[in-house]
Design a protein around this ligand. Structure first.
Ligand code: SAM
Ligand code: SF4
Length: 247
């Protein structure tokens, strides 16, 4: 039986997929997003080791309210695709129990690894951090090539997915970049919806506790008006976009 390194769980999550969800936050992430609200999940140590079967028993206790709300299980993190064996086993076990499954990812994963998990995922929540390669590198430390390649795979496999995009004033709210992203998304078939996430500062204290330098100091969250205007830009291109509430 596979074990996984997890950071924490949330038994009544309402921000990561439809309905009420049991959210598993895995430990470890290869990206270093400047805005990340979970920097305490980055290191591939310091988490708790759990067996997939043990976690399933905890999930099953929550099944009644997950079912009645149209919810399920979401594996988030950190970057869950770093632990494909554990994630596969947990999602497979959930599916065998009739539980809806979602995976929350940056898409920084090879097609081979992702394909090994895909049969057990009902919904992929894929965050495009930036549509422009150079800006993506600056924001996250890595290329966006794998993320875009993953979208091609999801399209090919006819896998339903949502795209997420965090709006950070001065970093990801350039209108030309957003128009480019909206045009790109308007041509996709499996995309069910786009969730625009307003940048928030709820995790800044963790950066301070960890002794990391927070480069976005001084940047405030976007206003409601700014978010509405950006949402309008997506709608205008025929992309079904909504503004998410903070997690
Ligand atoms: C912490 S990540 C974990 C899953 C995966 N690593 C990813 O980035 O998609 C979950 C979601 O939170 C978003 N997020 C992280 N920090 C944020 C912040 N400061 N404001 C708004 N959304 C944030 C991410 O962009 C992602 O969509
Ligand atoms: S990919 Fe997700 S968990 Fe990793 S640094 Fe970025 S927002 Fe944080």
């Amino acid at each position: 039986m596979s074990t996984g390194l997890i950071h924490s769980v949330e038994s009544m999550g309402v921000h990561d997929g439809p309905g009420i969800r049991y959210v598993v936050f895995t430990q470890g992430c290869p990206l270093r997003c400047q805005y990340c609200h979970n920097p305490d999940t980055w290191m591939r140590k310091a988490g708790k080791r759990v067996e997939a079967g043990e976690l399933l028993l905890r999930v099953l206790k929550c099944k009644p309210y997950m079912d009645s709300s149209g919810g399920g299980v979401t594996i988030s993190g950190g970057e869950p695709t770093l632990q494909p064996g554990f994630v596969r086993e947990l999602l497979k076990a959930c599916k065998e129990q009739g539980i809806h499954t979602a995976l929350d990812t940056s898409g920084y994963v090879t097609p081979e690894v992702f394909s090994s998990i895909l049969p057990y995922i009902d919904l992929v929540l894929l965050d495009i951090k930036h549509i422009k390669e150079e800006k993506h590198r600056d924001l996250t430390g890595v290329s966006n090539e794998r993320t875009l390649e993953l979208i091609s795979l999801l399209e090919k496999e006819k896998q339903p997915y949502w795209i997420r995009h965090v709006i950070v004033p001065g970093i990801t709210d350039n209108r030309d970049d957003l128009n480019q992203l909206a045009s790109y998304l308007s041509n996709l078939n499996g995309l069910e919806r786009v969730e625009l996430l307003p940048y928030h500062r709820l995790g800044v204290y963790k950066w301070q506790e960890l002794g990391y330098e927070y480069r976005l100091e001084g940047i405030e969250p976007p206003s409601r008006g700014q978010m509405q205007e950006i949402k309008g830009l997506f709608i205008k291109k025929g992309v079904s976009a909504s503004i998410a509430v903070h997690g």
